[in-house]
Design a protein around this ligand. Structure first.
Ligand code: ADP
Ligand code: MG
Length: 695
């Protein structure tokens, strides 16, 4: 075997031919260094694997065993069953959903690690376990007392023999023949202050932990590097922004602004007032505003953004106000067009639901500067939309848009001010990191007079009772939403769909009650008339898909039933819950879920029922899912976190932020090691990657 260097192409390793190399390349790995930064997803060893004969009901456990048999069992409920056996006994893995998928996945003789809660039904079983395909060898290694790294797997990798075992073979070859250590860009002083081990040792330990205890110190080091890279990236972007100035200037708020406040049907809460003040201060500065307005669902962010748009209009600047759904954009327009007109401000609306001719006409008015505030969906970013003097861009529910859409809209003005809003509030340290290039205004609490929303979750077997209760409540004068995960029957997924449910319930439990149906595929006209009827109170029960998830505001709706709630993430459930409890009446949410739930789904629903505060829900979601999905970092253009866990690594995050601040603020006094770290991070930030052993 020739000498292996960090920069050696993987293709020349023993056992890697062109086919494997191509797949590795596809996964972003070309050199030995790249592979070393391909980290295990988790570890298996005797300390976290339970022999099957020791399993106990209600315990959550991981087992490793071989597939002895598998097949469909038909009964009251069709299910897929797999018998997994180890040296001690056998247990069944049961799947109620996705039968076809599982059928393809399992083959006799394969070895799997399965994690889940043990239940009893004609014997011990684990329902919908988390699964990891292993190889026979892993099974033996575990028995021999080794710690086995399990690598992230994709179908492509397994196909060319690069399952966990295949990757382990490569790392073994590498570590046996590698002639150099990974360079470490972190100054030794920092390492000692933060109790971090050298990078090379951390990487080696990650692939070959000598004992369980050492895994955490390796993880901490790698997590620190990621958080450092992320903090640097964010700080640097903020710095880049602060050097830009905008062409437009604001006068002090004057008559139009006063008239706007006067006309509001309510007084702003303290939180809203503070946010307005912060935004107005920003608008009056030379640099364009980049501000995030965060606050729980229903806290009243819209009026704050509209106030900003009014201030812009008063200064003769136009506002583009983008919302993620047509329903929401239309609602904003409908709510505000008249009161704005009364104070001399022209609002308009552009969505894809309008005819092409109509859209053109409206775009024309905006281009001529006749429209002050243009509400709309992503249709606003299309080429035919332009502005005479775009001064302010507002993006509602910003996490629902990609970087590209936000960027395109922004580019329609000359360094316009930017206000983005989100109803997924997060703790301040996290916000500073994730949105560090934005200033943040937070509205805490809800407008006065709101009653807390009671939330419960129930299993499917109680569906009929729940629906009967819903009808009774509606007959007493309430209004309700029933939400479904799908529009129509699909053979891909065994999900409830709103069309079938509508047919079924309308003629039975809901007979005699006015029921409406909305989903994303309805014609705009039809949908609008249903929504209008719901708003006016003639439609009592609105059956819908998640098109109603964001923003929809009907203060009279006090009841919400979510079907197949286990299908939704926590943040999404909370958004849905935000549809009710918007008036002075107490509200109730019932989440209906499958009788057989996986461990994660159960925990999610329990959290959901127990926490009504958006900040708490966001924290819980962070713990359950990790930040990527929640905050859309994956599509926000930031480096991605693979190791660091923002819910657990707050201390590391604080240290990383402090170091980054020092690198920037004391830039001229840095010693050589820190200066090198700075240039290293600068190069990495350019490539949007974060490991400190890079080239
Ligand atoms: P979100 O922050 O979720 O976007 P909205 O802006 O849709 O919330 O506001 C929710 C509801 O609260 C709306 O009906 C709005 O008119 C009302 N609202 C907003 N601010 C106040 C306030 N200060 N007092 C009373 N009601 C308010
Ligand atoms: Mg909103």
């Amino acid at each position: 075997m020739p000498e292996i260097k960090l920069s050696s192409p993987l293709q020349y390793l023993k056992g890697v031919g062109p086919r494997k190399a191509a797949v590795l390349h596809q996964q972003g790995m070309e050199t030995v260094r790249d592979l070393l930064f391909y980290f295990p997803r988790r570890y298996l060893d005797r300390s976290n694997i339970t022999p099957i004969n020791r399993l106990q009901v209600n315990q959550t456990a991981t087992i490793v065993g071989e597939v002895k048999a598998h097949g469909i069992l038909r009964g009251r409920k069709t299910r897929y069953e797999v018998i997994l056996q180890d040296d001690t006994a056998a247990v069944s893995l049961t799947f109620f959903q996705g039968v076809r998928y599982w059928q393809r996945l399992f083959k006799k003789g394969q070895v799997f690690a399965a994690t889940g809660r043990v239940t009893f039904f004609q014997g011990l079983q684990i329902i919908h376990p988390d699964l990891e395909r292993l190889d026979t060898e892993s099974d033996e290694m575990v028995h021999a007392g080794r710690i086995i790294p399990v690598y992230p797997q994709t179908a492509e990798l397994s196909k060319v023999g690069l399952s966990s075992k295949g990757i382990r073979t490569l790392t073994t070859i590498i570590f046996e023949n590698l002639k150099e250590r990974l360079p470490d860009a972190l100054p030794e002083r920092v390492r000692r202050e933060e109790y971090l081990i050298p990078l090379h040792d951390a990487v080696a330990t990650t692939h070959y932990p000598p004992e369980r205890e050492s895994i955490e110190s390796a993880r901490r080091r790698l997590a620190f590097d990621e958080l450092l890279g992320l903090s640097f990236f964010v700080y640097r972007n903020k710095g880049l922004k602060s050097t830009v100035t905008k062409p437009h200037r604001y006068a002090m708020p004057a008559e139009t602004m006063a008239a706007f406040r006067e006309a509001l049907p309510f007084t702003l809460t303290d939180g809203q007032k503070t946010a307005v003040r912060e935004i107005f201060d920003d608008l009056q500065r030379e640099q364009p505003m980049s501000r995030l307005l965060q606050g729980d669902v229903g806290c009243g962010k819209t009026v704050v953004a509209v106030a900003a748009a009014v201030f812009a209009a008063e200064n003769k600047f136009q506002t583009a106000f983008m919302a993620p759904t047509e329903i929401l954009a239309e609602q904003h327009f409908r709510n505000w067009a008249e009161p704005l007109a009364a104070i001399g401000i022209t609002a308009d609306l552009i969505t894809s639901g309008l005819s092409a001719a109509e859209r053109k006409k409206r775009a024309q008015r905006a281009a001529e500067g006749k429209t002050d505030i243009l509400f709309g969906t992503h249709a606003l970013v299309y080429d035919y939309v332009s502005f005479e003097r775009l001064g302010l861009v507002v993006i509602d529910e910003q996490h629902r848009f990609g970087v590209r859409q936000r960027g395109l809209l922004y580019a329609k003005g000359e360094n316009p001010d930017l206000l983005v809003m989100t109803a997924t509030p997060i703790p301040r340290t996290l916000a500073l990191t994730l949105y560090g290039d934005l200033d943040i205004s937070t509205i805490r609490g809800l407008p006065p007079g709101r009653k807390p929303v009671r939330t419960v979750w129930r299993t499917d077997s109680t569906r009929l009772k729940v629906m009967q209760w819903l009808r009774d409540e509606v007959e007493k004068g309430g209004q309700a939403y029933v939400v479904y995960p799908l529009i129509e029957k699909s053979d891909q997924m065994e999900l409830r769909n709103v069309e079938d449910a509508w047919e079924e319930l309308r003629g039975t439990v809901f007979a005699g009650v006015e029921v409406g149906l909305v989903h994303g595929r309805l014609k705009a006209k039809e949908r609008d008339s249903v929504l209008a009827a719901f708003r006016e109170g003639t439609v009592k029960i609105l059956m819908a898909t998640t098109v109603i998830e964001v923003g929809l505001d009907n203060p009279n709706a006090t009841l919400l039933v979510i079907e197949q709630a286990e299908r939704f993430g926590l943040a999404q459930l909370h958004q849905l819950r935000g549809r009710v409890g918007r008036g002075a009446q107490p509200a109730t949410v019932v989440a209906l879920a499958d009788d057989h739930l996986g461990e994660m789904a159960r925990r999610r629903l329990e959290y959901f029922a127990a926490h009504v505060d958006g900040f708490e829900v966001a924290e819980a979601d962070l713990e359950l899912r990790g930040p990527g999905e929640l905050f859309g970092t994956r599509q926000s253009g930031m480096p991605e976190l693979r190791i660091a866990d923002l819910s657990k690594d707050r201390d590391l995050l604080e240290s990383a932020r402090a170091l980054v601040t020092r690198l920037f603020e004391q830039h001229n006094d840095l010693d050589t090691a820190h200066r090198e770290l700075y240039s290293f991070l600068e190069r990495a930030a350019g490539r949007r990657e974060v490991n400190l052993g890079g080239g």
